[in-house]
Design a protein around this ligand. Structure first.
Ligand code: C5J
Length: 219
């Protein structure tokens, strides 16, 4: 299959490709969650949900593998480096009680994937303690076992966990494509810059394309 992408056409085999949705969790996206508590405009992130849902449903219908990630720590925070928890002067830190339960802690309501994109049986769900999906998760081994060589990325936020995960994937030999309208940042300029830098220099990190181009490829 082929996707009309930048900087050039992206070719993939459905059986060797996974759709990876990064951190579409309630605390980042829903009004009243952690993200909004920090002063962010979460409506920017909510706006990608319809396109992401359409893409997810089309990918599922085609029989493609789906991976969901959550930025999530163990309840005792033993997997949260003090440098991550203590940095800066936020009103709420990782592990504190927030509006939707303890911030970025596994099993808490705010740590769940939003209902519109909730995982279904057979899909991989990865709890990741870092920004990248490959750090301390075993994701690479899970994908290798399934013969996956190509990854299509969506999720939030573009310049943090999505871009970090794409760069990690690129270094592990995957051909990666970012679905431009299935990813967002609290800072539109950062999203624009991340999209540009991913596909710069002949696709130094990978490809980018609108989800419509993937839907067209899936027919
Ligand atoms: C993600 C973050 N998911 N911005 N986390 O990007 O801290």
């Amino acid at each position: 299959m082929q996707i009309e992408a930048q900087p050039f056409t992206y070719e993939f085999d459905l059986a060797k490709t996974a759709l990876v949705l990064i951190d579409m969790q309630r605390d980042f996206i829903e009004p009243g969650g952690f993200g909004e508590t920090l002063g962010n405009d979460v409506s920017l992130l909510e706006a990608i949900v319809p396109a992401t849902k359409t893409t997810l449903e089309a990918w599922r219908a085609a029989g493609g593998l789906v991976v969901h990630t959550r930025e999530a720590h163990k309840p005792d925070l033993s997997d949260c480096p003090p440098a991550k928890r203590n940095r800066g002067n936020p009103t709420l830190r990782i592990g504190d009680a927030g509006p939707m339960g303890r911030i970025l802690v596994m099993g808490e309501p705010g740590n769940q994937i939003i209902e519109a994109l909730a995982p279904v049986e057979g899909e991989i769900v990865v709890d990741k303690p870092g920004k990248g999906a490959f750090y301390a998760t075993g994701l690479h081994e899970m994908l290798k076992r399934r013969g996956i060589t190509h990854l299509l990325f969506g999720g939030v936020t573009t310049e943090v966990c999505v871009q970090t995960s794409m760069r990690e994937a690129n270094d592990r030999g995957y051909d990666c494509l970012l679905l431009e309208d299935c990813t967002e940042s609290y800072f539109p300029a950062f999203k624009a810059a991340a999209v540009e830098m991913i596909r710069a220099q002949g696709g130094i990190v990978g490809w980018t394309a609108p989800s419509a181009a993937l839907l067209a490829a899936l027919g």
